[in-house]
Design a protein. Structure first.
Length: 504
C-alpha cells in the first residue's frame, strides 16, 4: 500500500528516499550488480512463477491493464505549477504516453483519476458488480525480470484504481492528519502492489523465497513453507481495499506485521479471506501477446515516469492534501533493488549480512535460523546444503529446503499452553518465536553458545503478568519485545500520542 509511496534512487554519495512526500537522506547502501533478463527468457520465467492471486470476498477492485484505464478518456494529466495546478484531459493511452515522454523528469506531475468519492472510482458498467473487470484484456499484471548473484528475481506489479483502507477509520481517522501520520488510515487514488519471487542459485525451476509487500515494508518468506500452485506459483492473499499481500488467509480480526507497530500498538489489518480468485489465474498467458494477462514493464513507456499515479486523496478524504498516491514501479525500491527487502526503512539485501529477525515476518509464528549460514547462502552464487535446522509444532515438522540457514513455521502466534521443538545446527543458531496472550503480543529471541549441531530445544508458552512467557529448555529469551493488538482504546491512544508528538 504505502510501498507505492517509497522510492529509492542510487546516487554517488548516498541514497535519497521519498516517503509520504518528505525527502531525506539515509545510509549509503551498495547496490548488487545485476542485469536485465531479455525476452523471450524473461517472459518464460514470468509465466512460470506468476503469482496466484486471491482477493477478499468483499474486494471491489481488480488489477488493471492501465492502457485500458486511459482509453476510458475520463482521466486527467496534471502538473503542479508555482502558482497553480494545470490539468488537461487524457483521451487515450497513446496521449498519456506522449505526455509523459514530454515531461519524463517532471515529478510534480500526476494523473487525476476520475472520481470524487469511493463509489465513483470504477471502470465501465460491463465490469459490474465489481468496480473493475476480473477477466478479459482490461485486467492484467506486469513483470520485470533481473538476474543477480546466480538467481533470477521475478518482480510482479499490479495496479488498482483506488486504495480504500476501511478497517482503520476509527473516529474518522482518515479525516484527521494525526491519524494519517500514525498510519491508521490509508486512502488514496491509485495503488501499485506486488510480490518478488526469487529462484534458487542457477536453478530456474524452483522458488527460493518470496518477498510480499505490505504497507511500509516488504517481508521475506522461504519457498519451502509457502503454498505453491502448480509447484512454482506462490499463492498471494490480498487485503480488502488496501491490497497488502500475505501468504496465508485471514478472514477476520487480522493485524498488520508487528514491525509496523505505532507507539507499541499493532494496527488492525483488513480482511483477506482469499475467497475471490482473480479471474485470469488459470489462463495460460502468453506474455505480451494482445490481450494477455501478463505484460512486461520493460515495454511500457511509463515504467520510469516520476509522476504520481493518482491525485492523493484530496477529493475522497475530506480535502486531505498529505495522502500521496504511488510513484511508477521503476522508481520504487522493490523494482530497483529486488534482491533487498525492507522494514522500517532498514534494508536487508542478498550478499550482505543477514539478520534472522528479517525473516520473522507477518504470519510467521516461529523461526529456527543460523545467521552465519544464512548470510553465506545469500552471498553464494551456488546452492549450499540445507543444514539441520528444523521446527516441530503440533506434530507438523518443517525443514529448511529452499533457503539454507532459515526455516519458518507459518501461522498465527503461539498461544499459552502450546509448545514447539526446534532443531539447531550449532552455537551460532537462533530461535525466534511469536506468541500472543489476549491483546498482548511478544516476539522472543533465543541463542545459546552451548548448543550443538542437531540438538533439539523444547520451547513452551505460558501466561504471564505482562504478556506470554516463552522459555527454551526452561531458560528466558535473550531479547523480548511486547506490543499490543489494536483495540478502540489503544488506537485512540495512538491517535492522541501522534497529535502531541507528530514525528513520533
Amino acid at each position: 500500500m504505502l510501498l507505492g509511496a517509497v522510492i529509492s534512487v542510487a546516487l554517488t554519495l548516498g541514497v535519497v528516499w521519498i516517503a509520504n512526500g518528505s525527502i531525506g537522506r539515509v545510509t549509503v547502501r551498495k547496490v548488487e550488480p545485476f542485469s536485465l533478463v531479455d525476452e523471450p527468457m524473461a517472459g518464460t520465467l514470468a509465466e512460470r512463477f506468476r503469482p496466484w492471486l486471491l482477493f477478499d470476498s468483499k474486494e471491489s477492485w481488480r488489477p488493471l491493464n492501465v492502457d485500458y484505464m486511459f482509453d476510458e478518456g475520463t482521466q486527467r494529466f496534471c502538473s503542479r505549477q508555482e502558482l497553480a495546478t494545470r490539468c488537461s484531459p487524457i483521451h487515450d493511452a497513446a496521449e498519456f504516453d506522449q505526455l509523459i515522454a514530454e515531461k519524463q523528469s517532471g515529478s510534480s506531475s500526476y494523473v487525476d483519476i476520475d472520481g470524487s468519492k469511493v463509489a465513483e472510482y470504477h471502470g465501465p458498467a460491463s465490469c459490474r458488480p465489481l468496480f473493475d473487470c476480473n477477466s478479459g484484456p482490461r485486467s492484467a499484471i506486469y513483470y520485470n525480470a533481473t538476474e543477480s548473484n546466480g538467481r533470477y528475481y521475478l518482480d510482479y506489479w499490479w495496479f488498482l484504481r483506488f486504495n480504500h483502507f476501511t478497517r482503520l477509520d476509527l473516529n474518522k481517522s482518515c479525516l484527521l492528519a494525526q491519524g494519517r501520520k500514525a498510519g491508521l488510515c490509508d486512502e488514496h487514488e491509485g495503488d501499485w502492489e506486488g510480490v518478488t519471487i526469487v529462484t534458487r542459485p542457477h536453478d530456474e525451476a524452483h522458488v527460493e523465497y518470496v518477498v510480499y509487500a505490505a504497507h511500509k515494508g516488504t517481508f521475506r518468506y522461504s519457498g519451502a513453507q509457502l503454498q505453491l500452485h502448480d509447484g512454482t506459483r506462490p499463492v498471494v492473499y490480498l487485503t480488502e481495499g488496501g491490497h497488502s499481500a500475505y501468504p496465508l488467509a485471514c478472514p477476520h480480526s487480522c493485524r498488520q506485521p508487528t514491525g509496523l507497530a505505532i507507539d507499541g500498538v499493532v494496527p488492525p489489518e483488513a480482511d483477506h479471506d482469499g475467497l475471490a480468485p482473480w479471474g485470469r489465474n488459470a489462463e495460460a498467458c502468453v506474455p505480451n501477446a494482445p490481450g494477455s494477462c501478463l505484460l512486461s514493464l520493460a515495454k511500457q513507456p511509463w515504467t520510469h515516469w516520476l509522476g504520481e499515479w493518482g491525485a492523493g486523496c484530496a477529493a475522497a478524504c475530506g480535502g486531505a492534501l498529505d495522502a500521496n498516491s504511488p510513484r511508477s514501479p521503476g522508481v520504487q525500491a522493490r523494482f530497483q533493488t529486488p534482491w533487498c527487502s525492507f522494514q522500517e526503512e532498514i534494508f536487508t539485501c542478498d550478499g550482505r549480512s543477514q539478520r534472522c529477525s528479517d525473516w520473522l515476518s507477518a504470519q510467521v509464528r516461529a523461526i529456527a535460523c543460523d545467521p552465519v549460514l544464512l548470510t553465506e547462502a545469500q552471498r553464494a552464487s551456488t546452492k549450499l546444503g540445507a543444514g539441520k535446522l528444523g521446527l516441530e509444532i503440533a506434530g507438523v515438522t518443517s525443514r529448511t529446503a529452499t533457503t539454507p540457514g532459515v526455516v519458518q513455521a507459518l501461522g498465527a502466534p503461539l498461544e499459552p499452553h502450546s509448545e514447539l521443538v526446534a532443531t539447531v545446527d550449532g552455537p551460532s543458531a537462533e530461535i525466534l518465536v511469536s506468541a500472543v496472550q489476549g491483546a498482548l503480543l511478544s516476539e522472543d529471541a533465543f541463542a545459546n553458545p552451548a548448543w550443538s549441531s542437531g540438538e533439539r530445544v523444547r520451547l513452551t508458552v505460558a501466561n504471564g503478568a505482562d504478556g506470554p512467557i516463552v522459555l527454551a529448555d526452561g531458560r528466558p529469551p535473550r531479547e523480548r519485545t511486547i506490543t499490543e493488538r489494536a483495540t478502540p482504546a489503544t488506537l485512540d491512544r495512538a491517535l492522541r500520542t501522534t497529535a502531541l508528538h507528530p514525528h513520533a
